[in-house]
Design a protein. Structure first.
Length: 212
């Protein structure tokens, strides 16, 4: 029975049926299915399929957004239970668009994908300078800092931020992404990971966490 309801949660999430996902999560809790299992085999599994389809151009940004909204509606039921069951997030990620850049659509998409994969996200917004990234890393002790840039003119701010993180003696890993970036640029500035799109960001974050 539990497998059936978890599959239904997945299917409704992929269709973006937020109210149904919320109701099904409530029902799964009533059936005494462990909350971590509902999260992993219901919500996260559904978002993983959406992420894979997005990567392969089988679905597009609007479908991802409505799936993420459905995920969030399910999370309103699960979050307090996960906290009380002491279920830890897969990892903690600080995310932001770098200094001088006010674009946030790509960053928000990455944030949704990472949340959908079970990561705890601290979103610093846009136009984030190196000092803010460093200060937040000191305060929140994240596993990863994820930086986005959509302008070629702001890509240099990524290098400044990575240099500042190293100078501060922090061991946090870094992921960079955004339309003008390439893997060779990421290598050049000593980023630990590069994601060409939002779905790949999850793969990169998972790889970094697995190697930790």
């Amino acid at each position: 029975m539990s497998a059936e309801i978890l599959k239904t949660i997945q299917e409704n999430l992929m269709k973006g049926k937020a109210n149904d996902v919320k109701a099904l999560c409530e029902e799964a809790v009533k059936q005494n299915i462990p909350v971590e299992q509902i999260l992993n085999e219901g919500l996260i599994a559904g978002m993983a399929v959406i992420g894979e389809k997005f990567k392969n151009n089988q679905v597009y940004v609007p479908e991802v957004l409505i799936a993420a909204r459905a995920m969030n509606s399910g999370m309103t039921i699960l979050k307090p239970l996960l906290a009380s069951a002491n279920v830890k997030a897969r990892g903690r990620i600080v995310i932001g668009t770098v200094k001088g850049d006010l674009h946030d659509i790509g960053k928000n998409l990455v944030k949704m994908m990472l949340e959908g994969a079970g990561f705890e996200i601290i979103d610093l917004g846009v136009n984030v300078d190196a000092e803010k990234f460093v200060a937040t890393a000191r305060e929140k002790n994240p596993d990863i800092i994820a930086m986005s840039a959509l302008l070629t003119t702001t890509m240099g701010a990524m290098k400044q931020t990575i240099d500042a993180i190293k100078s501060a003696g922090l061991t946090v890993k870094t992921i960079v992404g955004g339309a003008p970036l390439t893997q060779s640029f990421a290598n050049e500035i000593n980023a630990d990971g590069y994601a060409p799109d939002a779905a790949s960001a999850v793969d990169v974050a998972n790889r970094i966490m697995a190697a930790a």
